[in-house]
Design a protein around this ligand. Structure first.
Ligand SMILES: Cc1ncc(C[n+]2csc(CCOP(=O)(O)OP(=O)(O)O)c2C)c(N)n1
Length: 315
């Protein structure tokens, strides 16, 4: 990652994501988009899949976007963005258009882990120069909190209920970063709304590499109604996701894995906060037993072992 911004004051004052949206109080995804657009600047075309961010920012005749914006279906944001990028290339080649405009997809976890996965895979395989940003609020929130491939193990949602037969989501969270990295793209990174400077530097770095091929950024973005916590706790919970090791910050940069602070110290488990600190603040996990928490801790440890092996192999 290249360092363009060192402190929050280095971020541009310009706002490309306006006020007056209909997002919930404390909405993590809207915080993510604000930072994303600041880092990307005005010369960007946003392709946005259906989801919370789209429905809350585009109620006709109003819009919160002051950059070119294309809303597309839930399943095909990466395909539509591929068309935009190819068209820009062709128009530039023919001398019809003189613009350096970059293309950025913004899509939720439902639109990325599940329904849009094949379109994403196609875009990555074809090698389009596009930055795809996944904002992960870990469920289909816009339609009422249904589980997605990004929902964590044991989490309550309306389609992974808690009762005598089930205790939340049965499956583990899909490892989307590994799926993306498996396409051998130049750049992929995880980011967190609680670390805006890290996030903004990753957006800039991704756009630096865009002539070589696709880039992907996976941003964790908590949701107060879906995760069931008071809205003023969004940033605190997001920070705990990384501090407990649940959501490590790292980059895949031309075949190398690099951890970013504070995750660069977290291969040593004693430097991570206990996972209970993260879980106990969220209503979607209130039903967990000691045993379930141990299971989650084991899965996090396993994931770190896996990342350590990747870092060793590719570091
Ligand atoms: C093919 C298809 N299936 C279902 C829907 C209904 N739908 C619209 S948005 C949405 C959920 C989106 O979830 P996610 O991508 O996680 O974004 P979030 O709402 O959490 O921001 C669903 C199921 C749809 N628009 N298209």
């Amino acid at each position: 990652m290249k360092v363009y911004f060192r402190t929050i004051k280095d971020l541009p004052e310009d706002e490309y994501f306006g006020p007056g949206q209909l997002t919930c109080a404390g909405c993590g995804p809207s915080i993510a988009v604000r930072w994303l657009l600041k880092a990307a600047g005005s010369d960007v075309i946003v392709v946005n899949a259906t989801g919370c961010i789209e429905v809350t920012t585009t109620s006709y005749p109003y819009t919160a976007w002051s950059v070119p914006y294309l809303h597309v279906a839930f399943e095909n944001s990466a395909a539509a963005a591929s068309g935009v990028e190819a068209a820009l290339k062709a128009l530039r080649r023919k001398g019809i258009l003189d613009t350096k405009a970059k293309v950025m997809v913004i899509a939720g976890d439902g639109g990325t882990y599940d329904i849009g996965l094949q379109a994403l895979s196609g875009m990555l395989e074809r090698g389009h120069g596009i930055l795809y940003v996944l904002y992960d609020n870990e469920a289909y929130m816009n339609t009422g909190i249904q589980r997605s491939g990004g929902t964590p193990h044991f989490a309550w949602t309306t389609t992974s209920p808690v009762g005598s037969k089930f205790k939340g989501k049965v499956q583990r969270k899909k490892d989307i970063m590994s799926i993306v990295i498996g396409h051998h793209i130049p750049y992929a990174a995880t980011a967190n709304i609680a670390y805006p400077i890290d996030l903004a530097n990753k957006v800039k770095t991704a756009f630096d590499y865009i002539d070589e091929g696709p880039a992907f950024i996976h941003v964790i973005a908590p949701c107060p109604p879906g995760w069931r916590y008071p809205e003023e706790m969004t940033v605190e919970i997001a920070r705990l996701a990384t501090e407990t090791g649940y959501f490590p910050l790292y980059e895949w940069d031309h075949g190398r894995i690099r951890f970013n602070p504070p995750s660069n110290t977290h291969l040593d488990k004693s430097r991570r906060k206990p996972i209970i600190e993260y879980l106990k603040r969220q209503g979607r996990f209130v039903h967990l037993t000691e045993e379930d928490i141990k299971e989650i801790e084991k899965e996090i440890d396993e994931y770190w072992d896996y990342l350590a092996r990747l870092a060793k192999a590719f570091g």
